[in-house]
Design a protein around this ligand. Structure first.
Ligand code: AMO
Length: 436
């Protein structure tokens, strides 16, 4: 029976004869001996030494089962074990033109992502992504939220028509979901606090380092909640995930970016809260300039949306995330509830990550008044017909409620201090990339 490399490390089997299955990650052939780094299906690696006579046909990425005696060797890579091989079973001899080597451009690595997933970098990214998803699930499970799966082929926009992907739906037109929010909203009436991690699609025409055309969206919705409690839920969830990453994924984070561990250590709660108005005042006091629609430069003012540059300016000297609340109603989507204490603002909250990373989540309290919601939908030029079902939620037993959406890739990009969101995505989808 073959073993995994992690089991070999756990069970002290020095001296025993064991078999391992995997791929030839590195290969150095000498006259008598051949040195192999074997990678198993969990991405772990171990050093193996074989008589060269057994290895003549081996190539990088050939798949094999190697059998031999386990030795402790402090000089050996990863864990200090080495296998002295005396038998090799070959599953497949890989073609010699394997395109991934030591040095490749980022573009080549993306072109061959189906193969570059086998690099140490992408193995660690994949493990960290998996861990992050697991810790999210654990948190919601313990807190008693119900996980749901929403439909992804939909009839209406949630986040504006400009980024909708159209699909042919039999003899009709439909769209790929930009956010599951409206469906989550429909579920709180009978399933209580609900959440999901589902793909969301945005036809983003901009080529930026923080936008994908398809991303993993963690979304949550809860009845009878106010803005401050919604903020606490997000803070709690995010801090809990980060604490677990620090506890159980130090190895992956350290491999991917040593600086990140120090930065994660510096995160503390409560995360700062700032109103949009105070954020604008702060930016104006720093003489922050934006370009208006005609490309003219001017100071930022109340009513301007916070874009990546302004978010960068606000967060560049911070070490923990910051919540920005109470945005002008007119720059937020139709579903945002008008602030009863100040009609010009809406009960919306965005979470901005520190060191200039900017928005990682958006959310707030939803407009629960049918006539106000209809008015906002008219102002947003939505086709009300497509939202009749959504309006029914306000017609039959409307309650105060709210929720949020957190971009998994944005979150990971910040945790790892990576520039480009594509680097934390296994198969990135962008305006210029749909393959592999
Ligand atoms: P919003 O559009 O702000 O809000 O999206 C929520 C979060 O999703 C992530 N995100 C993206 N990540 C990668 N590529 C993109 N193109 C992209 N667009 C968004 C970001 C962002 O903060 N329904 C509302 C949320 C709510 O109110 O519940 C929504 O989707 O991390």
């Amino acid at each position: 029976m073959f073993k995994r490399i992690s089991d070999v490390r756990k069970e002290n089997e020095v001296g025993a004869t064991i078999s391992l299955r995997g791929w030839i990650h590195r290969l150095r052939k000498q006259k008598e001996k051949t040195f192999i780094i074997l990678r198993d299906d969990r991405g772990d690696i171990i050093q193996a030494v074989c008589p060269s006579s057994l290895c003549e046909e081996l190539t990088i990425e050939s798949s094999v089962e190697i059998t031999g005696r386990l030795k402790k060797d402090s000089r050996a890579l990863e864990g200090g074990y080495e296998l002295k091989v005396d038998e090799i079973l070959v599953f497949n001899i890989a073609a010699t033109d394997y395109p991934i080597g030591e040095y490749q451009s980022d573009e080549t690595l993306l072109d061959y992502r189906h193969l570059s997933l086998r690099t140490r970098k992408m193995i660690n990214v994949g493990k960290l992504r998996g861990a992050l998803l697991k810790y999210s699930r654990d948190w919601f499970g313990i807190e008693g939220w119900m996980e749901i799966t929403p439909p992804l082929i939909v009839k209406g926009a949630v986040e504006g028509g400009a980024t909708l992907f159209e699909v042919k739906y039999f003899d009709n037109t439909a769209y790929l979901s930009q956010s599951s929010q409206l469906y989550l909203e429909s579920m709180i009436y009978s399933l209580g606090p609900v959440w999901t991690i589902s793909p969301s699609f945005r036809a983003e025409r901009s080529r930026t380092i923080r936008h994908l055309a398809e991303f993993s969206h963690l979304e949550a919705e809860i009845p009878w909640i106010g803005l401050s409690d919604l903020i606490l839920i997000q803070e709690n969830l995010i801090y809990n995930i980060i604490s677990k990453i620090k506890l159980y994924n130090k190895k992956e984070v350290e491999f991917l970016n040593k600086d990140s561990l120090t930065k994660l250590e510096a995160i503390s709660t409560p995360f700062e809260r700032i109103s949009y108005e105070n954020a604008i005042d702060k930016l104006r006091s720093q003489e922050f300039i934006i370009k208006d629609e005609e490309d003219k430069k001017r100071f930022i003012e109340w009513g301007d949306d916070l874009n990546i540059e302004s978010e960068r300016e606000l967060t560049k000297d911070m070490t923990s995330p910051i919540f920005v609340t109470d945005y002008p109603l007119e720059i937020k989507p139709f579903y945002v509830k008008q602030n009863p204490e100040d009609e010009s603002t809406g009960l919306a909250v965005d979470l901005l990550a520190p060191y200039g990373f900017g928005e990682i989540s958006g959310g707030g309290i939803r407009e629960d008044d049918l006539s106000k919601l209809k008015k906002r939908m008219h102002q947003s030029k939505l086709n009300i017909e497509d939202y009749t079902w959504y309006l029914d939620l306000r017609k039959y037993g409307s309650v105060p409620h709210g929720g949020f959406g957190l971009g998994i890739e944005r979150f990971l990009r910040w945790i790892l201090n990576f520039d480009d969101i594509k680097d934390v995505t296994l198969f990135p989808r962008t305006m210029s990339r749909i393959l592999p």
